[in-house]
Design a protein around this ligand. Structure first.
Ligand code: NAP
Length: 305
């Protein structure tokens, strides 16, 4: 990294907690490669302080911010402008200052999620996808799947009310979005539903958007599962299905290890992390060339340490 001096400009991450984030190593490696005298720091922030902190960081002329758990939704209220995608999703992960020093909120999670799928050059039209979980990241996942041209999405939840609310909201959000995308059927199914086995047999792409299998799963009492839905049910999977786990620590998760043994193509969450970060850096730096490989290596190295 360039030595911090009087001319150094700042970028940062707001979340709680932020100690385990890979974003500072990824971004600082990229900034050094780009020869920019900028520095990216992680800043723990309580929800109650979010508005004040944003004002302060604008006054300090921060060049840009990332936002992570638990602020992605709350922060939309404190942005002066939102991009159409951030507005639709009700979630922001990237902020940049506008000319009047107000914050523009955008969302690069969809782009990050899609990058490893688009690089596959696979015919996604008319394919069926299943998403495990209906939390924050599942919103970006469903939006990405619609952009990809997927014909049908089944979302698995464990709580009927939360699942139904999610399906209703996503149907509203995605009715005519993204522009010119084909219509899509979005359905919910409970993890205890007996129809699940038949469904699983027909699916081309599975996405795990739950923390099951994650190194630091905070579920209380202790998490009981290491593989989403338990190992037994995955025997009904066909070997040409693709498994995509948003988790990047551990790499691979137990679910992906098992999938690989069955001959399935497996994608872990590291590339999504790297690509959403690269998309943010593109916005802040206004440069078209971002050293993605440098970011990838920095993130992989940090995970090993
Ligand atoms: P979230 O908003 O908390 O949502 C988690 C979802 O998982 C909820 O629907 C929750 O169900 C469900 N869930 C949690 N534990 C479960 C269990 N034991 N059994 C069944 N369902 C369970 O979290 P998120 O922000 O969407 O993140 C989900 C995962 O994606 C995390 O592991 C996160 O690290 C990862 N992620 C990765 C990236 C990346 O760049 N690679 C980006 C974003 C997120 P309830 O609603 O019933 O609680």
């Amino acid at each position: 990294m360039t030595m911090i001096n009087g001319k150094t400009e700042f970028l940062g991450l707001l979340g709680n907690p932020v100690k385990h984030s890979l974003s500072p190593v990824m971004h600082n490696a990229a900034l050094a490669e780009m020869n920019m005298n900028w520095c990216y720091i992680a800043m723990p922030c309580e929800t109650n302080n979010l508005k004040t902190v944003l004002k302060g960081l604008s006054a300090l002329n921060f060049q840009g911010l990332n936002v992570t758990i638990p602020h992605k939704n709350t922060i939309t209220k404190f942005c002066d402008e939102l991009t159409p995608l951030a507005q639709r999703l009700g979630a922001v992960n990237t902020l940049v200052l506008n000319k009047s020093h107000g914050w523009i909120g955008s969302n690069t999670d969809v782009e990050g999620f899609l990058a490893p799928l688009k690089s596959k050059n696979y015919a996604w039209d008319n394919r069926k996808a299943m998403v495990l979980g209906c939390g924050g990241s599942a919103r970006a996942v469903l939006t990405g799947l619609k952009e990809l041209g997927i014909a049908e999405i089944t979302v698995i939840g464990r709580n009927k009310q939360r699942l139904n609310t999610f399906i209703k909201e996503m149907n509203q959000i995605l009715t005519d979005f993204p522009k010119e995308s084909k219509s899509i059927a979005i359905k919910g199914i409970l993890e205890t539903d007996l129809e699940l086995i038949e469904k699983i047999k027909q699916i081309d792409l599975f996405v795990n958007a739950t923390p099951i299998g994650m190194e630091n799963d905070t579920e209380k009492p202790k998490p009981t599962l290491k593989i989403p839905l338990g190992k037994e049910i995955w025997k009904h999977l066909n070997s040409h299905s693709i498994l995509y786990d948003l988790i990047y620590n551990p790499r691979p998760t137990e679910w992906l290890k098992w999938g690989k043994e069955q001959g399935c193509e497996c994608i872990d969450g590291l590339e999504m992390l790297v690509q959403q970060g690269a998309a943010s850096l593109k916005i802040w730096s206004r440069k078209t060339e971002i050293p993605i490989e440098v970011m990838r290596i920095a993130a992989k190295t940090a995970l090993l340490n």
